[in-house]
Design a protein around this ligand. Structure first.
Ligand SMILES: [Zn+2]
Length: 169
């Protein structure tokens, strides 16, 4: 399945690239403009289709994008200011170099983001009855104690369950 990240995390990751003093020189301007356009492209990516089995409703509610789409978008931004194109002397500039550096850094930040699917919270089936009807301790929905994931909030339930203390039959 697609490797998803949240759009918010991607934008925050790119935020780290902006220099403290954007107007200091051509290089800092190139970084600033490259990073700004990278964010713009990320904001415009279509939301990824959440896989209902893999994604918790928390993550369905979050705005997720495909990591590959994000990387592809950044590649397009890189190409706007070519750096060191053989035979093209105009491609050598501090600004273009900075633009490319900004996008390289944005790309590695995006690569390093945890995938949205792995941020799944842990939960437990509680008040488990003899017929395995139980309650999710995260969202309170009624489910079955043998389910590995809560079908409502997506919590990972594999670490155990608690039986009802007054369940004597
Ligand atoms: Zn739940």
């Amino acid at each position: 399945m697609a490797d998803l990240i949240t759009r918010q995390a991607a934008i925050e990751a790119i935020d780290k690239i902006f220099p403290a003093d954007p107007m200091r020189n051509d290089y800092t301007q190139g970084i600033t403009c490259g990073a700004a356009l990278a964010e713009e492209y990320i904001k415009q990516l279509p939301p990824a289709q959440a896989d209902s089995k893999e994604m918790s409703s928390t993550h369905k509610a979050l705005d997720c994008i495909s990591r590959q789409d994000a990387i592809d978008a950044l590649e397009k931004v890189v190409e706007l200011y070519p750096w060191r194109v053989p035979g093209d002397r105009d491609s050598y500039s501090k600004y273009n170099e900075a633009w490319n550096d900004a996008l390289d850094r944005a790309e590695s930040e995006i690569e390093a983001l945890p995938s949205a699917q792995s941020e799944r919270k842990k939960g437990k089936w509680i008040n488990v009855r003899h017929d395995n009807i139980a309650e999710c301790d995260q969202c309170g929905i009624t489910g079955r104690a043998w389910m590995n994931f809560c079908f409502d909030c997506g919590a990972d339930m594999r670490e155990g369950a608690e039986r009802r203390t007054d369940d004597n039959d």
